[in-house]
Design a protein. Structure first.
Length: 419
């Protein structure tokens, strides 16, 4: 007998095109009434499967952490279809998702090799680059009265950081950034245009892989002081990375490393404008409050909306029986608004402590490798903005239609002449 689907729609493309506040209401109902619920398969034009039975939606903070930390039961690998809400062609998973779509032991081996290149000297170098980039970006907006924050600020910082880290030439950065945007925008009509989602995704992936392989070839011939060279030379316990593995990590870095900071900074700009008392408190004692504030920035933004796992054995989540082979999808924004964990979760509060958000994942082996990089970017960027452009108003955001990234495509900002 077929299991009955929950009547609340969180599977359709139309649902993910709604305003975030409308979606939040649905997830609040699920947390209260059915925190682990069975849903229709995700609507998709990528790889529709008429035999797909559906997925379990995990909406509470503690349950998300449980799934994240038990990777021996909840798998992410190519063999089980990867980590996206909808099914993605296996060749795209292999080429684009790197360590995201891997399980032990391969995941542990590759993550160890990749982590080895982030030495204290390289981290200090990256931190200095980020501070300089943030200063120069704010130089460019400091005299403007009106601008699109996404175009002039949010898009620029993460891609600039990644470009300097890996060695992307300045003339290639715009092309790489546009390809990275396409990799998360295949559900949005603006990115699809007259094409189709699979073509948008494949074209973006081809552009990023071409850039990656070109860089790898250059650095193997002429090493430089950048991340691609370090990855090409890295070896831990006899394990090294193939060119294909480096290219897949390059794609992951360009997409995930771009969107986490880009989306968090845009949502934060809106939140600081809407909550002037929080902005004032942060400006009044920036150094003492910024670390806690950054955790609230990422909780509030929840830049990644979903990741999926597949149960390897019969198990249980939140009192609900899960059968081996069934998909389990974690809804991070819902977990970050869980009333059982956060007091007044719909209130933006930079003093929130503790702040057990799951914006970087709920722990476990797939915890975000770039979390500290994102924190550094957010600290540097808002240090510059709040010191040099402290008075601003923000218009209505234009949101990305996506079940993966909580994206803002445009965010109008106005600055009074006296600022």
């Amino acid at each position: 007998m077929a299991r009955e689907y929950d009547p609340r729609d969180i599977s359709s493309l139309a649902f993910w095109a709604k305003h975030p506040s409308e979606r939040d209401e649905v997830f609040a109902q699920l947390r209260r009434e059915a925190p682990v619920s069975w849903h229709r398969p995700a609507e998709t034009e990528l790889m529709p499967d008429p035999d797909d039975p559906g997925f379990w939606a995990v909406t509470r903070n503690a349950d998300i952490a449980h799934v994240s930390r038990n990777a021996d039961v909840f798998a992410s690998g190519l063999e089980v279809g990867g980590v996206m809400l909808e099914d993605v062609p296996p060749d795209i998973l292999e080429a684009a998702h790197s360590i995201l779509a891997m399980d032990a032991p391969r995941h542990a081996k590759l993550r160890k090799v990749i982590s080895s290149v982030f030495t204290p000297r390289r981290i200090a170098q990256i931190d200095a680059q980020i501070r300089n980039q943030a200063r120069l970006i704010v130089d460019d907006i400091a005299g403007l009265r009106e601008f699109d924050f996404v175009e002039r600020v949010a898009v620029r910082l993460p891609m600039w950081t990644i470009s300097e880290m890996v060695g992307i030439a300045e003339e290639d950065r715009q092309r790489v950034a546009e390809a990275a945007n396409a990799m998360v925008g295949w559900n949005d009509p603006e990115y699809i245009g007259d094409g189709d989602p699979i073509s948008v995704l494949m074209n973006g992936l081809m552009t990023l892989h071409t850039a990656a392989f070109s860089l790898i070839e250059q650095r193997r011939a002429e090493p430089a002081d950048d991340l691609i060279t370090a990855l090409a030379q890295a070896e831990v316990d006899g394990a090294t990375l193939t060119d294909e593995e480096i290219a897949a990590f390059f794609v992951l870095l360009c997409v995930a490393g771009n969107d986490t900071t880009r989306q968090t900074s845009s949502h934060t700009m809106k939140a600081l404008a809407d909550h002037p008392e929080q902005r004032g408190a942060l400006v009044a004692d920036f150094e003492a409050r910024i670390d806690g504030a950054v955790e609230e920035f990422v909780r509030w933004a929840s830049p990644v909306l979903t990741f999926r796992r597949t149960a390897l054995a019969d198990t249980e989540v939140g009192g609900q029986r899960i059968a081996a082979g069934e998909k389990v999808v974690m809804f991070y924004r819902s977990g970050n608004q869980d009333e059982s964990v956060f007091t007044d979760p719909l209130t933006f509060d930079i003093s929130r402590s503790p702040n057990r958000h799951v914006a970087f994942g709920g722990g476990g082996p797939h915890f975000c490798l770039g979390s500290n990089l994102a924190r550094t970017q957010l600290r540097a960027l808002f240090d510059e903005i709040l010191r040099r452009v402290p008075d601003f108003t923000v218009g209505e955001p234009e949101y990305l239609a996506s079940n993966f990234i909580n994206g803002i495509k445009r965010l109008p900002v106005s600055v009074p002449a006296a600022s």
